[in-house]
Design a protein around this ligand. Structure first.
Ligand SMILES: Nc1ncnc2c1ncn2[C@@H]1O[C@H](COP(=O)(O)OP(=O)(O)OP(=O)(O)O)[C@@H](O)[C@H]1O
Ligand SMILES: [Mg+2]
Length: 251
């Protein structure tokens, strides 16, 4: 049974079918990449999954529960967390305080009603563990805004992990990174897969091919194919789309 499953998902913008009966599954422990040319509908699909957009049909199942009608906050509680292309780090706070705030926001009711001292201790431990998890253990006292870009993105991942997600959505985590930062992010994502399912939208094809167990190729709102890196690379239709020999004309 797949941890995450999309069935026949549809989204229309007026006459344009931006998401055209999309089916997709992500398994536990899998990194599943979503790729496709500009305008293929990747961001629309992510926004449908997270609840930023309302679908016009189809189902979105997390752990067999249909979450398509839940609000974005309810979906986070159901086990879905997202990293943002535009980072949500509080730039003037320390790394530690950013993580404390995130840990507090996602603390279960048991923690919220605990005596304040043990509550504080539990949150502090959680913040430290999250910093360690993304390789920022030595930077906890740094003001977040003074961190290099790659470290800020790692902090953004830690903020998403604070929600204890079953499914982690990564929307262009390597955007704006140099090769060293990018390699570090690849290692970080690789280290996370054991505990969750990951849906990765990324333009850096080297990173995608290194990380993804399977890829789904979207073209003009439809799934062109789902397969392993080798299957996708070898598929003539995918080569045609990326070399621009057909399927032109989207704007
Ligand atoms: N709010 C909207 N209203 C109308 N049309 C939209 C809206 N959002 C997206 N579209 C259209 O839906 C299609 C898919 O867009 P989307 O942004 O999902 O593509 P994408 O794969 O993320 O592209 P890119 O790689 O450029 O980010 C495009 O034709 C786009 O113009
Ligand atoms: Mg996009």
């Amino acid at each position: 049974m797949s941890l995450f499953r999309i069935e026949g998902l549809v989204k229309r913008f007026g006459g344009l079918v931006a998401t055209d009966h999309v089916n997709l599954t992500v398994e536990r422990g899998e990194v599943h990449a979503l790729i496709g040319p500009n305008g293929a509908g990747k961001t629309t699909l992510v926004n449908l999954i997270t609840g930023l957009l309302k679908s016009d049909g189809g189902r979105i199942l997390l752990d067999e529960k249909d979450i398509a009608r839940l609000t974005d906050h309810q979906r986070v509680s159901a086990g879905m967390s997202r990293c943002f292309q535009v980072t949500r780090v509080f730039a003037k706070e320390t790394v530690h305080d950013n993580l404390m705030l995130a840990a507090q926001a996602h603390a279960g009711s048991s923690l919220r009603f605990m005596a304040s001292r043990s509550n504080e201790t539990a949150l502090t431990e959680r913040a430290i563990a999250l910093a360690d998890r993304v390789g920022l253990g030595a930077e906890r006292d740094r003001i977040a805004g003074t961190l290099p870009h790659g470290a800020q993105r790692a902090l953004d991942v830690a903020l998403a992990l604070a929600a204890n997600p079953k499914l982690l959505l990564l929307d262009e985590p390597m955007a704006g990174m140099g090769p060293d930062e990018s390699a570090r992010m690849v290692r970080l994502i690789d280290s996370l897969r054991a505990g969750m399912a990951i849906l990765l939208i990324e333009h850096d094809m080297d990173a995608v091919f290194r990380l993804a167990d399977r890829l789904t190729v979207l073209v003009q709102g439809k799934v062109l194919m789902t397969g392993t890196a080798d299957e996708v690379r070898g598929h003539p239709d995918v080569q045609a789309v990326y070399l621009g020999t057909e399927a032109e004309g989207h704007s």
